[in-house]
Write a protein that binds this ligand. Sequence first.
Ligand SMILES: [Zn+2]
Length: 398
Amino acid sequence: MVVGSCELLYMPHPSLSSQTANSLFCLTVAPSQVLQGFAAWQQAGVAIARLGQRPLIVGGSHTLELMQPQWQPLLEQQLQISQAAYTPDCSENTLASLRDAVTAHQADVIIGVGGGKALDAAKLLAYQCQLPVVTVPTSAATCAAWTALSNIYSDQGGFLYDVPLQKCPDLLVLDYALIQTAPQRTLVAGIGDAIAKWYEASVSSGSSEQTLIIAAVQQARVLRDILLQKSAAALQEPGSAVWREVVDATVLLAGVIGGLGGAQCRTVATHAVHNGLTHIPASHQALHGEKVAYGILVQLRLEEMVQGNQLAASARQQLLKFYAEIGLPQTLDALGLGNITLAELRQAAEIACDQKSDLHRLPFRVVPDQLMAAMVSTTTPVEMGRQPVGISSTNQES
Ligand SMILES: [Zn+2]
């Protein structure tokens, strides 16, 4: 199908999980180039000019307005810039109008500026139009600047599906000065999204024999430990060395794990819970990583309740302390969802339990009633000795 000058190429690449001895697979491990440092953006003009002369800058309307004085590095290279907002959401309709903007401007490179949805929209647009893409995260809230994956939402903000892309971005510009202007809450959310890598990868891939997946799972463990050890100090001193290490962990290392591990290593119940919650309008005030962080507790609770997993119980207690320390939400109430109806809770649980949901990568069956019970009991104290014993397929030990 051809729309304007853009050819639509939805070619899901085979994941490592479906790899057989004779199958061909493609790895999308890392961006071609990463520029990182304070004022990295100010020095990015030359690298961007190598990719194209007519950038279309994609971001939220507020970000595009705020960033107006920041286009100087592009203008210095005599680049012909145009801007387009990804409103109302990173949705199919928005992508259609962004493709029109590419055609109208005759853009030859896409620059995504902003948070996860802005970057996802820019990456998918570039993929559909077969153009190079530059990602410029303005917060450390997700690893979207790194990955070869875009999430698509409805115009109302409900998660619909994700699209695997052919490659990671051509250039990632991680400018700590830009990240430092974002509210602290975005870094806290990024910590929640990044630490989920361990709780998901260890369940989905903890017993994999594949070299790169073993490497990805071990890096997820390293990422968890860095975050557990350094997050509180980082949040106290924005801009410091320890703060930069935590920003690198959420934006870069979390992306490395997704890249090395591929689809198999990606998500389990944690992100499925997030996806279900996005269909409750009141959840939109909570950031992606905040919902994901809550989703980790729900996943651990499921492992405790359904499987009798004691390691999951102690991992949950450890995380509850960590969340209290850095300000991640532990309950629906803390996510601003204390007043949702039972019907809304059920709807979120049913979406999370959809047949195609990654939730079913858990090593046991889950039905919506069980998920709802887990969702309302994330802070329940561990009841020692009540669980069935001897069942543990996860790697939650440290
Ligand atoms: Zn995420």
